[in-house]
Design a protein around this ligand. Structure first.
Ligand code: HSE
Length: 440
């Protein structure tokens, strides 16, 4: 059978990796796919650079629409990123009857409903393994390997930049701003790291996993998103003293009255494997009712790890594109007419436990008043840590840090208790609240 022909839009880091891995492993890939897979056309604004990657056997153009218009191209890989031109090109490729492979988590998390509907109407596949956790085949695992399960929750370290920063903060006892600058200098963080450090990138990925796990539409706008910019070295140290590590987690969970979808820093017991995922690595825990807890670990970014995911999608399409569309694995794991409208819960209804740090006057009755407010709200305390004032504020200091771990409570209840504690004259600074996930 003649090789399936692929057109590539954007040949940066991931595109180059895809081209090289396809070339290097072409024989193995052909034996698996049942036919060859060849990138025969590339569009990139920097034609010279593109040509230096692919040589002169591949047609290089600077107009992505020329790839989409080429009737010989069966699959379009979109590696441009963002919601702007990438969205228009993906929709045009679908309209032209091309299958699409994309690593674009932002595009699918925000516009997925429109894109998957267009693809279904046209009978083409939109595959996106590379959009979540890079080289880790988590989409395949959720959509196919775990298909027997009622998924209960997913918790993932799904942003390498922030995990690298948090690892450095813990190892070196440094504050966020210092480590961020160093990460940028070393090339671990982008010049504009906003999407990573504010949790947006992780929320895009969590949104996609949520849809696949629970059969709900992609709803990035309903995700709670909190990044790592406000974390201090002190909180990381106190967490450690209490037996926890702080990780930026993307969480989605089936609750009694809806689906939780949230990204925020969280204390995780240090003994959990996921708490020991360091540097730029990613890991995703999935809890299913039949399988129990599973854990997937690997590189969440980078040229060839992400290419590994892109090519897995190409192979899937090469195998399935002649099959009846109804027989293929649905884009979001559930049949499109079987999607659920169970709501994504507002953060005020989420149930979790908490780490609180209060900067307080070191005087009689302070602890009693604080714990009295928590008791009055029905919030049960799990542990309390108070350092000597001298240790916190220097010799002769009259203030200290009071650290409280709570048991599970509803976020809205905790919001009210924090407001009440904050109003105490003996609470000297804004209270720090970090959620805690036992992941048991
Ligand atoms: N910027 C992401 C990260 C990789 O740091 O993990 C691409 O999603």
């Amino acid at each position: 059978m003649k090789p399936i022909q692929v057109g590539l839009l954007g040949i940066g880091t991931v595109g180059s990796g895809t081209f090289h891995v396809l070339q290097r492993n072409q024989e193995e890939i052909r034996r698996r796919a049942g036919r060859g897979i060849e990138i025969t056309m590339v569009a990139d604004l920097d034609v010279e650079r593109a040509r230096s990657v692919v040589g002169d056997q591949v047609q290089v153009v600077n107009d992505a629409r020329a790839v989409i218009a080429n009737p010989d191209i069966d699959i379009v890989i979109e590696l441009i990123g963002g919601y702007g031109v990438a969205k228009a090109l993906v929709l045009e490729a679908i309209a032209a009857g091309k299958h699409v492979v994309t690593a674009n988590k932002a595009l699918l998390a925000v516009h997925g409903t429109e894109i998957f509907a267009a693809a279904s109407a046209k009978g083409v596949m939109v595959a996106f393994e590379a959009a979540v956790a890079g080289g880790i085949p988590i989409i395949k695992a959720l959509r196919e390997g775990l298909t027997a399960n009622a998924i209960q929750w997913i918790a993932g370290i799904i942003n390498g930049t922030t995990n690298f920063i948090l690892s450095e903060m813990r190892d070196k006892g440094l504050d966020f701003e210092v480590v961020l600058k160093e990460a940028q200098r070393l090339g671990y963080a982008e010049a504009d790291p906003t999407f990573d450090i504010e949790g947006v990138d992780a929320a895009h990925k969590a949104t996609l996993m949520s849809a696949i796990a629970f059969g709900i539409p992609v709803q990035f706008d309903k995700a709670y998103v909190e990044g790592i910019t406000k974390l201090s070295a002190a909180d990381i140290r106190y967490a450690e003293q209490l037996g926890y590590r702080i990780k930026l987690l993307g969480i989605t969970k089936r609750a009694a009255n809806g689906i939780e979808l949230r990204v925020h820093p969280a204390l995780v017991p240090a003994k959990r494997l996921i708490a020991n995922v360091e540097g730029a690595m990613n890991a995703v825990m999935v809890q299913g009712d039949a399988v129990g807890t599973t854990l997937y670990y690997g590189k969440g970014a980078g040229s060839e790890p992400t290419a590994s995911a892109v090519i897995a999608d190409l192979v899937d399409i090469a195998r399935l594109h002649t099959a009846d569309a109804a027989q293929r694995v649905p884009h979001l794991a559930f049949q499109p007419d079987e999607m659920s409208d169970v709501p994504v819960l507002p953060m005020s209804q989420v149930v979790t436990s908490y780490y609180l740090r209060l900067s307080v006057s070191d005087e009689a009755g302070v602890l009693a008043r604080v714990t009295g407010i928590l008791a009055g709200a029905g919030i049960s305390i799990d542990a309390v840590l108070q350092r000597e004032a001298d240790e916190v504020g220097g010799e002769g200091s009259t203030h200290t840090d009071l650290i409280i771990l709570t048991h599970d409570t509803v976020e809205g209840t905790m919001d009210r208790a924090i407001a009440e504690m904050q109003a105490l004259p003996t609470v000297l600074a804004p209270i720090t609240r970090i959620r805690k996930e036992e992941l048991a």
